[in-house]
Write a protein that binds this ligand. Structure first.
Ligand SMILES: Nc1nc2c(ncn2[C@@H]2O[C@H](COP(=O)(O)OP(=O)(O)O)[C@@H](O)[C@H]2O)c(=O)[nH]1
Ligand SMILES: [Mg+2]
Length: 305
């Protein structure tokens, strides 16, 4: 059997957001993509009332995805799961009018100091500009929201995206990895403006990058990618991605940013990454004062199955 890169580390990813945003669908899609499937989930399992756990392996790393129910009634349960998470993915609807629904979730992850990314799901139904959604969201987020992608529109539909870190354009393929395409010519100006904005946001936490921007030096692509992931894992920024779990779009990219090699162990505070070394958490031995041991132990059992 192949030796895993981090045999004893299980990373907990909490998937949070309003009911109906597609959390359960996203978890199923992530599990499908991680096991080499299409990543497309046409019909999610319906509303769940209880926190549930899904163990996945991706590129030699182990994860447990925590499906924290979205309804306000169940937020107490989500509260138990969140402090145990190394990373939270906040699932959002593309409709800017619904941006406000994310406020309690953004607040929760920020209060618990959990690094997070935002996944705008159902991009197949998007009619408005992603920019409007981000503008509506930023005031309710204490963490800078960093758009990692911009959409490529074909008529009324988002047909793909430009990855601003990789500087590559992709066309969605149903149930398959997106295809690299040439950057549409009419998008060149918009792309470079959006990329520069992203770099400026990253440079706020990276002096070397700031120097390069000020001296007109084009930063190295790997460095930009590493900065994005590192600054996310340190809770300095919240990168924003979009996709459609129904078609498996944008799902693999989320798996890639979760990789623990960029994560910083936070001794004592914030996310409970430190508790995730091996089997530190035993049931009945709370890692935290408020009884989160059961959440960690349940996640640990899911990982062992
Ligand atoms: N159009 C579209 N519908 C989706 C997508 N992802 C999920 N859905 C649908 O949205 C509904 C809610 O999904 P679900 O995962 O149960 O949401 P949850 O309450 O956040 O767990 C279901 O009917 C899904 O089929 C998507 O990418 N596009
Ligand atoms: Mg659900």
């Amino acid at each position: 059997m192949a030796e895993s890169k981090s045999a004893n580390i299980v990373r907990a990813i909490a998937v949070v957001g309003p009911t109906g945003a597609g959390k359960t669908a996203l978890i199923q899609a992530l599990a499908s993509a991680a096991s080499g499937g299409s990543g497309a989930v046409s019909n999610a399992a319906g509303q769940s009332a209880e926190t549930s756990f899904t163990a996945i392996d991706f590129m030699g790393d182990h994860y447990v995805l925590i499906d924290a129910p979205g309804a306000v009634d169940f937020q107490a349960d989500a509260d138990f799961a969140l402090p145990a998470a190394d990373l939270a993915i906040i699932v959002a609807d593309p409709d800017p009018d619904k941006a406000i629904l994310l406020q309690p979730f953004l607040k929760q992850v920020e209060d618990h100091g959990v690094p997070h990314a935002i996944f705008i799901n159902k991009i197949d139904t998007a009619r408005g500009r992603i920019r409007d959604l981000l503008e509506a969201l930023q005031p309710v987020s204490a963490t800078p929201l960093v758009a990692r992608q911009i959409p490529i529109w074909e008529g009324e539909k988002v047909a793909g995206f430009v990855d601003l870190a990789l500087e590559r354009a992709f066309h969605y393929e149903q149930g398959k990895p997106s295809q690299v395409i040439d950057l549409p010519k009419d998008m060149a100006a918009r792309e470079s403006e959006a990329r520069f904005h992203m770099l400026e946001q990253l440079a706020d936490f990276d002096d070397a990058l700031m120097e390069q921007l000020l001296s007109d030096i084009t930063p190295d692509r790997d460095q930009v990618f590493a900065d994005l992931v590192k600054e996310m894992h340190e809770g300095l920024i919240a990168p924003v991605f979009f996709g459609a779990t129904a078609y498996g779009n944008g799902v693999r990219r989320l798996l890639k940013i979760a990789a623990p090699r960029y994560a910083r162990a936070k001794p004592g505070g914030g996310a409970a990454g430190a508790q995730w070394r091996g089997r530190v958490c035993d049931e009945g031995q709370p890692c935290r004062p408020s009884g989160q041991a059961c959440v960690l132990a349940r996640a640990g059992r899911a990982a062992e199955r």
